[in-house]
Design a protein around this ligand. Sequence first.
Ligand code: PLP
Length: 466
Amino acid sequence: MNQKLGDFRRAGHEAVDWIADYLQDPRQFPVLPQMKPGDLVDQIPDHAPEKGEPFENLLADFHRLVIPAFTHWNHPRFMAFFSTSASAPGVLAEMLSATINGNVMLWKSSPAGTELEIAAMNWLRQWLGLPKQYFGIIYDTASMSTFTAIAAARHFADPEIREKGASAANLILYTSEQAHSSVEKGALALGIGQRNVRKIGTDPEFRMRVDLLRAAIEEDVRAGKRPFCVVATVGTTSTTSVDPVPAIADLAERYKLWLHVDAAYGGCAAMLPEKRAALDGIERCDSLVTNPHKWLMTPSDLSAFFTRRPEVLREAFSLVPEYLRTEENPRAVNFMDYGVQLGRRFRALKLWFIMRYYGREGVAEMLRAQIGWTQELASAIDADPHFERMAPAPFTVVCFRVKGSDDDNHRLIDAVNATGKTFLAGTVLNGHFTVRLAIGNMGMTRDDVMAVWELVKQSAATLGLV
Ligand code: PLP
């Protein structure tokens, strides 16, 4: 099949130039596209072409159709959800990885992909301060990492489930009411059942209450149920609160629960000695997830999962058909044995490139600066009589609201987002709709943070809310 590689070379150079310009200044585009649902699909022909088209048509339509309809996650003023970054070394790795198109299912199918995953995850393990015996594996998302953790926990509690199914096992999972929905979704997908997920209440700073956790476990034990797993969060989605992992680990040990730590966002902070206390106790978990595609400048997707019981994952998941059987060798890890997926992308290359390009010091410097601006913004909000802060800001998310009704705060976010200059999202805390501003893109500066705060204040004034 002819690919006209001369044309590809030209288009590729053009695309790399565009990528470099984009990474240099994503501010040239509005953060949020000015479009209605369906606008893009209406411009795309209903049928694929009968005859092929040249690269120049593809690139022209990328610029004409895709970019104007894109929410620019790489924009330094994208402050919704968690602010993320695709760094140049990560993008470079993605291009190379797509080109060699490896499938990291078996060592044999991709020795370099497998061994680089072992090596890069070993580096990341050290940056997180996890002990040496933790085994690392890359999945696509934290949702899949947590699903895998719950599956391992289920197998650990009752190995017969693999054969018999989970329907009557009466297993109970504990997490906080601030936990990410992926925890409950994982439990649903694994047949644990929604009514067997206990959402433990939190303290005024949105951290899981250990007294309520203990009471819930004891009540379930008395009722003849089988507590099997607790998921603690370091950096919850709404407020980035940190559950008291050491005390939760004590209970997990006492009641033989698998302890999974969801540090999808907060894990990176372990690199900062001054923030290490927030991650105390993670070295006692059975498994942990952190997402380099959140705060570690990694283009989506790459979720890092660690466990000190890899053998449980293998027992839970390994199924080797004859056509995939390869020679046994303790150094030849077959990552397909440790999860649901057979085919796996070669993601380790981007993690390896990023860790080498920036080094621990480079990453720590960025995190530290962003945490500093977060503190500055939090103080500015505290000093403004028209606004109130709704939660502590231990990392880089600030939750606040204009004093007034939920409707006022909805109108405020809508007005700010309608400018196209930033993208803010909201959450509900203590029953109140709250603005949530996430700092974290690698191109962000202090000016970006303060300019968005000014925009919020101006929008509130224009709406007559202050
Ligand atoms: N856990 C936490 C604490 C999160 O904040 C998120 C997403 O924001 C997730 C899990 C899910 O991440 P993913 O999109 O990688 O599944």
